[in-house]
Write a new protein. Structure first.
Length: 232
């Protein structure tokens, strides 16, 4: 529900070592292990070379859970990825957010639905003008994710729905159709049922994040507490 951050200046491309996926992975993992914030340029490059799911795992200190060759799948696997973040995960002004990723061979899309108006105005009864944005910059601290493998036909249907909503620019209604509803809508177009979760009848990214966390907890080994992205 929050506006995307400013573009990050990419790292220098004249050093081949800096652009190697293994090196970027190592730098992010080292920063997290040392308790310091990774360089923004490294995070941006990791999105490009390793994929969004890998960035979430690395920022959560879970480099050991990455596949041997992380990155955008070129072998034919298609995925719908639901992302959710609790309120205040990134500071006292963070209202929480839900967004969706569509990943396939050579494709890595992340979409989120936002109000054009910022702050309390976004909660106006009856809604405000909305916009669908590329939300790759939202994949970071405090984000939980859930991946679902889909067929190419399902992927194409979800992508078509997302692009239709990009062009339609529907009204953003905090109380009726917000970022969580957008995620559920696009996922449903791809045949993926998402428990939108709600609080007092309003679709809530915090509830969605907790639901994903519950699934992570159920799937974790005894004593292995699941972490949020960025948790140390």
């Amino acid at each position: 529900m929050d506006a995307p951050a400013a573009d990050v200046e990419p790292p220098h491309q004249d050093d081949k070592a800096e652009t190697a996926p293994a090196d970027v992975k190592a730098r992010l993992a080292a920063a997290v292990a040392q308790g310091r914030a990774p360089a923004e340029a490294d995070v941006a490059l990791a999105h490009q070379l390793l994929g969004n799911a890998a960035v979430v795992l690395l920022l959560a200190g879970k480099a050991d859970q990455l596949p041997q060759a992380p990155g955008i799948d070129a072998q034919g696997t298609y995925k719908v990825v639901v992302y959710a973040r609790r309120r205040f995960a990134q500071g006292v002004t963070d209202p929480g957010h839900a967004f969706i990723g569509l990943e396939g061979p050579g494709q890595d899309h992340v979409y989120g639905f936002h109000p054009r108006a910022a702050g309390p105005r976004a909660m106006a009864p009856g809604g405000v003008p909305g916009q669908v944005l590329v939300d790759k910059d939202q994949v970071g601290a405090g984000v939980r994710m859930e991946e679902t493998a889909v067929t190419k036909a399902q992927f194409d249907a979800a992508q078509a729905r997302a692009l239709k909503l990009v062009g339609a620019a529907p009204k953003y209604d905090f109380w009726g159709w917000n970022c969580v509803d957008f995620v559920a809508d696009v996922a449903a177009a791809g045949g993926v049922a998402v428990a939108a979760g709600n609080f007092a009848g309003v679709a809530d990214p915090e509830v969605m994040s907790d639901q994903i966390g519950d699934k992570m907890q159920a799937a974790a080994a005894p004593g292995d507490e699941p972490k949020q992205s960025g948790e140390r």
